[in-house]
Design a protein around this ligand. Sequence first.
Ligand code: 5GP
Length: 207
Amino acid sequence: MPGKGIIAVISGFSGAGKGTVVNELVNKYGYAVSISATTRPPREGEEEGKNYFFKTKEEFKQMVKEGRFMEYARYVDNYYGTPKDYVYSQINNGRDVLLEIEMQGAMQVKKNFPDVTLVFITPPHVAELKRRLLKRGTETEDIINKRIARAAEECSYMKDYDYIIVNDGLEECVEQVHCLLTALHFTKNNQQQLIEDISRDFKGYNG
Ligand code: 5GP
C-alpha cells in the first residue's frame, strides 16, 4: 500500500516558466498535475480535459455552489478553480499532485488546507519576464501589459509562500523543485503513519 501523496501548489508570475517546469516534473518524475476548470476560452492547441476543463460562467458558478472546488479565483477577466475530486483520488493512490495556480487561490489553499506546501517560482528579473511573455506569442500586447501589472501587485504574495525558487535555467529549476518535494515526504506530518507503526512495533517487541 503506497503512502499518501503530497499536494504542492506551484505559483509564479505569468511568464515565469512555471508551466514548463511543471511539465518537466510530470514527464521526468511522474507527478500528477491537477486539471483546473476555467471560463477562459481555449488557446490554440489546448484540449478539453487535458489543459483545462473549459466552462461557461454559469457552469463555473454552479460548481462553486456545489462546493466542488478546493479553491477558485478570478484572474484577468476569467475564473479558474481546482476541482477537489481529481486531487483527492490521486493522493489517495499515493501520487504527488501539483496545483499550478495563481496567488489568490494559493492563499485560499494555505488557509483551508494547511498541510499543502506552497512553492513560488520567479524569473531572475522583470526584463526576463517580459521577454518570455513576448516569446510565447499567445497574448496581445495589451494582455501582456495587464499580466505584468498584475505581476507587480503579486510580488506582495511571495513572502506568504513556503519556498521561493528562481527559474534561471529549466533543468536546474526542475531539479530544485523535485528535491524539495521529495524532502517533504519526510516531514513529521507526512510520517505520522510510520511513527505509529514503529511505536506499535516497539510495544509488541519482547525478544
Ligand atoms: P492561463 O490563462 O495562462 O492558463 O492561466 C492564468 C493563471 O491562472 C496562471 O497563473 C495559472 O497558474 C492560474 N490558474 C490556472 N488554474 C487555476 C486554478 O485552478 N485556480 C487558480 N486560482 N488559478 C489557476
